[in-house]
Design a protein around this ligand. Structure first.
Ligand code: GDP
Ligand code: IMO
Ligand code: MG
Length: 423
């Protein structure tokens, strides 16, 4: 059976966690393929909110398998905290949670290196979540990393020591003020490693291959968003993994010709947390309203998210790179009450009108060109069917479908699992 993908099309936080949870009932296996605890995926059901960082968003469903794939980077300390929270909710994860032996491990010194690197950059900092993501992927591609399978080996602590010592020298080289007590950090780290070791480690590419042969259905869950992709995002203000469809191939061992549906998820407006260009960003009352009504604060760091109008130039680019077959629009309810909505349909780029994302989208090069649309004033949050939607919302959806040439098959009108309209 083909593997379906669910990916964020903007700068992350589109609502992937919610929709994976909604779609899980249709699948046997939910698999995360990249990123790590920089992600914060929020699920709301039965009046309770849950935030997952590394664990796939299918974990609350019984009889489903949740796999942390080889492309993910795992911080055992954060992972343990996630497991503790699941235990509080009586979620029996021991049977259902599998971890790839090829996933890389975030060491305490990776986090410190992240902090030192950001501090050394001053104003030019990336705005990293400081979870050690960049340094861990650097060690992966530099062929120095420690993988989950390594911690099953007798001599892995020697390898750990060598790497951590090298990291300490690198931290000193940055010559910035990063305070730490490595002994304390290591004590927590090694305790958490023991918890991690009590879970089931597998050769996940083989597992997924056999599952496909048995006819099991698989949903690959992305983290971050396409504009944070290491190759196609707004470099250098990106994360350190391929967040796009190709990342699911390398992060799980799925062959490209085995990919089925590609669900692309976007907010009805745009948000970004951290530094970097954002052509449609608003600094006025409209942006403030989006942030307040949309409760736009990072699920991992609590930082306020920057808000702006929907950018179809960037969205079209993300759809192309991912081969999106179905679109999912989130948070339409947040736009209720705006008299007029703006949608960016082209850029003025150094005097020319362009419809693609150029190499450089910094403010001095790019000015968004907007189409104005009538807003809606109805409360969408109680709606369960497309027929209940106000006409201006339908017009907004149809306009996007026409511009992007892809159907919007799901419309989310609130954070709860139930606040979801299937079209
Ligand atoms: P993810 O990282 O893509 O999983 O998204 P986050 O969980 O970081 O951020 C999405 C936020 O929007 C969360 O607080 C969700 O509970 C919330 N949310 C998701 N869908 C909707 C929606 O349709 N309407 C509203 N108002 N909130 C939503
Ligand atoms: P989810 O999966 C939004 C951003 C950070 C920073 C940049 C690099 O919840 O959508 P990193 O810690 O990866 O070195 O940070 O990427 N970022 C995210 N923004 N949602 C995320 O994940 C993000 N993960 C990283 O804010 O700008
Ligand atoms: Mg998030």
């Amino acid at each position: 059976m083909a593997v379906d993908l669910l990916l964020g099309l903007q700068w992350g936080d589109e609502g992937k966690g919610k929709i994976v949870d909604v779609l899980t009932s249709k699948y046997n296996i939910i698999a995360r393929f990249q990123g790590g605890p920089n992600a914060g995926h929020t699920l709301v059901f039965n009046g309770k909110k849950h935030v997952l960082h590394t664990i796939p968003s299918g974990i609350f469903h019984e009889n489903k398998t949740n796999l942390v794939g080889n492309g993910v980077v795992i911080d055992p300390v954060i992972f343990k905290k996630e497991l503790d929270k699941l235990e509080e909710q009586n979620v029996d994860y021991r049977k259902s949670l599998l971890i790839s032996r090829k996933a890389h491990i975030i060491l305490p010194t990776h986090r410190l290196l992240d902090a030192a690197s950001e501090a050394s950059k001053g104003k030019a900092k990336i705005g990293s979540t400081l979870k050690g993501i960049g340094p861990t992927y650097m060690d992966k591609t530099g062929r120095n990393g420690i993988r989950v399978g390594d911690i099953e080996l007798a001599d892995w602590k020697d390898k750990y020591r060598t790497l951590a010592d090298k990291h300490e020298a690198m931290i000193a080289f940055y010559n910035v003020d990063v305070q730490y007590d490595l002994q304390e950090l290591e004590s927590e780290f090694f305790k958490s490693i023991e918890i991690l070791k009590s879970l089931k480690f597998i050769d996940s590419e083989e597992y997924l291959h056999q599952a496909q042969k048995r006819g099991e259905s698989i949903l690959a869950e992305g983290a971050q968003g396409s504009l944070l992709d290491i190759d196609f995002g707004t470099y250098p203000f990106v994360t350190s993994s391929n967040t796009t469809a190709a990342g699911a191939c390398t992060g799980l061992g799925i062959a490209p010709n085995k990919i089925g549906e590609v669900f692309g998820i976007f907010k009805a407006y745009t948000t970004r947390v951290g530094s970097g260009p954002f052509p449609t960003e608003l600094f006025d009352e409209d942006g403030e309203t989006m942030g307040r009504v949309g409760n736009e604060f990072g699920a991992t760091t609590g930082r306020p998210r920057r808000c702006g109008w929907l950018d179809l130039v960037a969205l079209r680019y993300a759809c192309q790179i991912n081969g999106v077959t179905q679109l999912i629009m989130m948070k339409g309810d947040v736009l209720s009450g705006f008299k007029t909505l703006k949608v960016c349909t082209a850029y003025n780029y150094k005097g020319d009108t362009i419809h693609h994302l150029p190499f450089n989208i910094e403010e001095e090069n790019v000015t968004p060109i907007y189409t104005e649309m009538k807003g809606w004033n109805a409360d969408l949050t109680e709606m369960t069917e497309a027929s209940q939607m106000p006409k201006p919302l339908m017009d907004y959806i149809k306009f996007l479908e026409k511009e992007l040439e892809i159907p919007i098959t799901i419309v989310s009108v609130g954070p709860d699992r139930k606040q979801t309209i299937i079209r």
